[in-house]
Design a protein around this ligand. Structure first.
Ligand code: NAD
Length: 245
């Protein structure tokens, strides 16, 4: 579904991002994964190599414009085009507002939304040159429902939805589509630390009767990245088993 396309996936070293990298690669894209440090990037590349999937990786500071600019230029020089950007890197929070410092709050906003602005801004000129492109952002179910604790996380994800919708409108004249996927609770390290007593009652509220697997989420990204979604832009696609609008 992605033959001939060049795709960058941030937060591609594990969880949902690694599954997106794997699925895009199996669908014949050239995939470049970004991670936060050399060790995790190397580990992901080696894991994929053992599966017969060859990708390359970088670890730019996503909040540093010149760092990202340099890496994106290097990628465009190497492949001649960048077709798909998946802004997936993210961190969560689960503390009460009293226990959240200004620095804690800012850290979440920095990685979950400011980095999306930064990486998109560096990639867009190359997409405009080709008069096509796809930008996909990882939102979350809690961008719609909120969550009882960890105020920075739903705040950042609601911002992702606003960013997606407005950027879709701004870039539509350049044939660049911008969409988001909003996963529900998904089986990655991000939820692995939640105790059984928290997870089991949550599962009871999901009509499909289970939490999501990374492949459930990656499949939605594959569809939106592909030409099958050629007339879809500005959408936040819920992938959460919740049977609601
Ligand atoms: P994960 O913790 O397994 O993976 C997070 C990824 O983000 C890693 O690859 C990590 O390297 C990267 N990352 C984190 N901080 C970074 C930084 N400062 N610089 C660069 N990269 C950084 O989590 P996941 O569940 O796979 O989450 C992926 C995305 O999905 C996130 O945006 C998350 O908010 C979103 N999401 C997850 C769930 C869930 O239940 N797991 C639900 C909704 C949305």
């Amino acid at each position: 579904m992605l033959e001939g396309k060049v795709a960058i996936v941030t937060g591609g070293t594990k969880g949902i991002g690694l599954e997106i990298v794997r699925l895009f690669k199996k669908n014949k894209a050239e995939v470049i994964l970004f991670g936060s440090k050399k060790e995790t990037v190397d580990k992901a590349i080696n894991e994929l190599k053992e599966e017969g999937l060859n990708v390359i990786g970088y670890y730019p500071n996503l909040n540093n414009p010149s760092d990202v600019n340099k890496v994106i230029k290097e990628i465009n020089d190497k492949y001649g085009h960048i077709d798909i950007l998946v802004n997936n890197a993210g961190i969560s929070s689960n503390t009460s507002i009293e226990d959240t410092t200004y620095e804690d709050f800012t850290k979440i906003i920095d990685i979950n939304i400011n980095a999306i602005f930064n990486v998109s801004k560096e990639v867009i000129p190359y997409m405009k040159e080709n008069n096509k492109g796809v930008i996909l952002n990882t939102s979350s179910m809690v961008s719609i429902t909120g969550q009882p604790k960890g105020i920075g996380y739903p705040t950042s994800k609601t911002a992702v939805n606003g960013f997606t919708l407005s950027l879709a409108r701004e870039l539509a004249p350049f044939k660049i589509r911008v969409n988001a996927v909003a996963p529900g609770i998904t089986n990655t390290d991000m939820v692995a630390n939640l105790p059984k007593e928290v997870i089991e009652p949550l599962i009871k509220t999901i009509p499909l009767g289970r939490i999501g697997e990374p492949i459930d989420i990656a499949n939605a990204f594959l569809f939106l990245a592909s030409d099958m979604a050629s007339y879809i832009t500005g959408v936040v696609l819920s992938v959460d088993g919740l049977a609601r609008n």
